[in-house]
Design a binder for this molecule. Structure first.
Ligand SMILES: Nc1nc(=O)c2c([nH]1)NC[C@@H]1CN(c3ccc(C(=O)N[C@@H](CCC(=O)O)C(=O)O)cc3)C=[N+]21
Ligand SMILES: [Mg+2]
Length: 290
């Protein structure tokens, strides 16, 4: 087995399984899950992600509802749209693309989404359920990372895991998931003393700091499993734009037992898990056990 973890291939497999499940829902229960994605403004990167999400949603057989609002949209208008989507029975999942324009308080918007439709898992109710072992919708990126880890390593019980980054979107839920698998979890961040030393102790290292290639080869213990959540657009030595992670891949790959590339690692998993969360949300809303 190569030491490169192919997230793109894993995501494709997951989408195939979802497509089968969705066909079954349609046949047996007479509905297809629906995902609404809301994009406010013109951020070029966000537009690409939203287009990919909509395309993959349709490919697995679900309904996609895209809402594009101008960058000048008032918070009250966005909240009114969220309310309509909360009440719409054909919408099982709602995602409001982040970041939002400055006039809008993101937390106010996330808190307005019905927790049962919060397929990003960003609502405080879902964060609380994840932290207390309840039936949460779990944030897509960390859940995708966990799937890759379990696929590669099997049982994670007792392993020393270091999560680099403490965001509500990745770092904190990732730590909760690893704790749920009985790992010994350290959350390291910009104020951590001897960051390299902490990382070197990790059997599982998840990097989610948003700093291009910050994790160097000698931060990685021999044989460690490295999950790179970073997606940083930088200008390469040739003057062209390229995508790099939070890990210096070529260096780290020499030490790691297994490592995710960027692109083709965690990114594709994020979208596949979003689709899975939408199926999960739809089944719960219809009282169907999955
Ligand atoms: N409410 C909300 N939920 C999100 O989940 C969310 C968001 N807002 N805002 C933006 C970020 C970013 N994000 C990505 C999803 C897929 C790839 C992805 O598929 N990346 C590919 C290629 C990307 C490329 O080539 O540009 C890869 O890594 O291989 C990347 C980034 C979801 N986000
Ligand atoms: Mg972080």
């Amino acid at each position: 087995m190569s030491n490169i973890i192919d997230g793109k291939a894993f995501a494709e497999g997951l989408r195939r399984r979802l497509a089968t499940q969705i066909a079954g829902l349609k046949e047996k229960h007479g509905f297809i899950p629906g995902l609404a994605v809301v994009l406010v403004g013109e951020d070029p990167a966000s537009k690409v992600y939203v287009r990919n999400k909509a395309q993959q949603t349709v490919e697995v057989g679900m309904a996609s509802f895209e809402h594009k609002l101008p960058a000048t949209t008032a918070q009250a208008e966005l909240l009114a749209l969220v309310k309509r989507l909360n009440e719409d029975k054909s919408v099982n999942g709602i995602l409001v693309q982040l970041p939002l324009p400055k006039q809008i308080d993101p937390q106010a918007v996330l808190d307005a989404i019905d927790p049962a439709k919060d397929v990003d898992g960003f609502h405080v109710v879902n964060a609380g359920r994840l932290a207390t072992g309840g039936q949460a919708l779990v944030p897509c990126t960390p859940l995708g990372c966990l799937m890759l880890l379990k696929d590669r390593l099997g049982d994670l019980s007792g392993k020393r895991a270091v999560v680099l980054g403490r965001s509500n979107i990745v770092g904190k839920p990732m730590a909760q998931l690893l704790l749920g698998e009985s790992c010994t979890v350290t959350i390291a961040h910009s104020k951590t003393r001897d960051l390299a030393g902490e990382c070197r102790r990790a059997e599982i290292l998840v990097a989610a700091v948003g700093r291009p290639e910050m994790v160097r080869g000698d931060w990685v213990a021999p044989g460690a499993t490295v999950i790179d959540v970073g997606i940083n657009r930088i200008t390469g030595p040739d003057g062209k734009g390229k995508l790099v992670g939070d890990v210096a891949f070529a260096e780290a790959a020499k030490h790691a037992g297994a490592i995710t590339p960027v692109p083709g690692g965690v990114g594709p998993m994020t979208i596949a898990v979003l689709l899975q969360n939408t199926v999960t949300a739809a089944c719960r809303q219809h009282g169907i056990a999955i």
